[in-house]
Design a protein around this ligand. Sequence first.
Ligand code: BGC
Length: 754
Amino acid sequence: MKAFAKWITSPRNMGSATATFRRDLRTEKSIEKAEITASAMGIYALYVNGGRVGKGVLTPGWTSYRHRVQYQTYDVTALLTGNDRIELGLGQGWAVGCLGWKNTNHYYADAASVIACLTLTYADGSVERVATDTDWEVYTSQVLFSEIYHGETVDRTAPIEYIGKAVLSDVETELIPQVGEWITEQERLAPIEVIRTPKGETVVDFGQNMTGYVELRIQAPRGSRVVFHHAEVLDRDGNFYNDNYRSARNEMTYVCSGGEDVFKPTYSFQGFRYIRFAEYPFDEVDMNGLRAVAVHSDMKRTGYFRCGNEKINQLYHNIIWGQKSNYLDIPTDCPQRDERLGWTGDTQVFCRTGAINYDVEKFFRKWLGDVALEQTPEGAVKGIVPTCLSVGDTYISAAWGDVACVVPWQIYLAYGNRELLAENFPMMQKWVDYLHSTGPAEYLWLGGVHYGDWLAMDGNSERCHGATSNDLIASAFFAYSTELLVKAGEVLGKDMTAYRALYANVRSAFRAYFMENGMPKESLPLTEPVSEGATPGDRFRRGMTQTALTLILHFGLCDENERAALAAKLVGMIRENGMRMTTGFVGTPYLLHALSENGYPDVAYALLMQEKTPSWLYSVTHGATTMWEHWNSLKEDGSFWSTSMNSFNHYAYGAVFDWIFGVACGITPVESAPAYREVRIEPHPDRCLGFIDTSIDTRNGLIHLHWYYKGDAVYYEIEVPQGVTAHLRLPSGYTEALQGGVYHFAESSCEDQK
Ligand code: BGC
């Protein structure tokens, strides 16, 4: 496109207002094909003859704009008449608007720019191009204000004024065709209730926390205003509460034309379940005129799960909605406050679950491309991709930067795409080389500033870091990433001798430094700088924590003969804590695996079924419809954990589904035959779930598993697609290699076998 079209911008500084770029064209010739490609530094919306074109919203999506920006292609043949108007609406979006908790704007560009090219192929075979240049005219639009965080103002009474001819803009970034999924509108939810709160405010409940926007249909006198804000929860008194959005104003202002109006934002989105009207032209809210429109990347749903326990079913529902809400072009931490950023740790933690629920290969191919582009020459990967904060605002942290190895490997296992693995291999290797070269010790990752076991419950309750030594976490992840790199290299037929040796050295250095007598050391030296306001105490330096034991067991940092004692110690600590975990972002995803892999599936189940905080079901029993950021985002007394960092739509802890699917259901892809071409089916039934009915639509066909209790027996129904081998192992120890077909088994229940 760049060969024909020029990046153009408005001659007037638009601030937060949006402009429309217009080009009228006339042709006598008969058009055989008409195609428009378009992109923006900002967010654009394409209109032909007044009608919005394409299924995508929030185009061109978010990439590392300094390196690349996607363009989209639209077939507009059927829309052209020979006397046509092409328009591009342009808002600030991620490229120009406010980003991050410091509300930094202009991170990627000072002003929004757009680029487009219409290619007309005529019946006579000739081709004509109409592309953006300084002949395009710029007009004001009725979108008077737009910011992703702060919302949108649309005034249907505002006159459209001619601003002038477009001016050239010096955007220097690579234009690439769309590689990710389109961002599209998905479900449309009707409100379930209009609430008059104790404060006397009018609040509408859509019944589901989600990401997207409200579509409002209204006919009201010309000039009447509708103003509303969004919230995820009500407070303990039943009042509208959104202090947790921090500086994100999330305000929608609509001014009615007097006719039938349909309003929704074009350049903004919000995370919400409720809206509160600050202004509304009538006494009664018309529920029929309101729909909450879910917006996310258009991924194909692949995983389904249902069981006999309604709370676990609700948990799964919350996990799905957590994913929908946060897989909006990039994997984000949350969709509502002044972040909505590509936090790498959250992504790494959840990606295995994400790849069960949905086909996320394209989604991650795009984002991983940005991770690679933003990797420093030394190989470091920062906390947020696409980067959008000033240096120093995110750390090069263990479990965050390790996204560079974890995600490519998980995506390879899920979809078996060697090319994608090969594409990401250099990034994986550079990350491991970086770990090898950083810090004072060759085979350990000591020092540095990390997020640690983020939000774990064993740290200082006022702060976000858990008690586990950052050095221990970092060095455990050094080993883990190296192991994944070796596996990836072997798949790609590379000589991995040096990295196998590195892995062995890291593992033994880990054992020598962090462990004694087969156990993690109680307390470890504090190497990281102590930040302002922190008390050195025992923060970040404990070796004997649930998270440390979990990592040692699950990452195989112990010898086989040490497992029993380590697992018993972990179970002991969980029991001492009232059958509850203390783990945060780092330990939680692996905790249940560490238990069930080492003979304690019953303890894993007990944690899964726990309802007191910290637990997965605590939020469920407190009305959650998505995953919460903190185990106790809403405390038992009805107050909130904090106003400063308290999202009710943070998917990280939803990673528990990879245990439910991989262990309770027992379905995992075999590493040597990825994409479930060979699959392990090793269910761990438990009466607390009653039954499970699950399926996954893999690249090799649909795998379906149903187990249920009847009397003293557990019955299994397993469907294996043609061409797939399923290595079955039932709790009794019975094994069989199943080929395509439907199979039935029955066994006395596990409890009876004990
Ligand atoms: C985000 C997290 C993220 C973290 C870094 C938070 O503000 O919401 O989920 O991983 O910062 O520790």
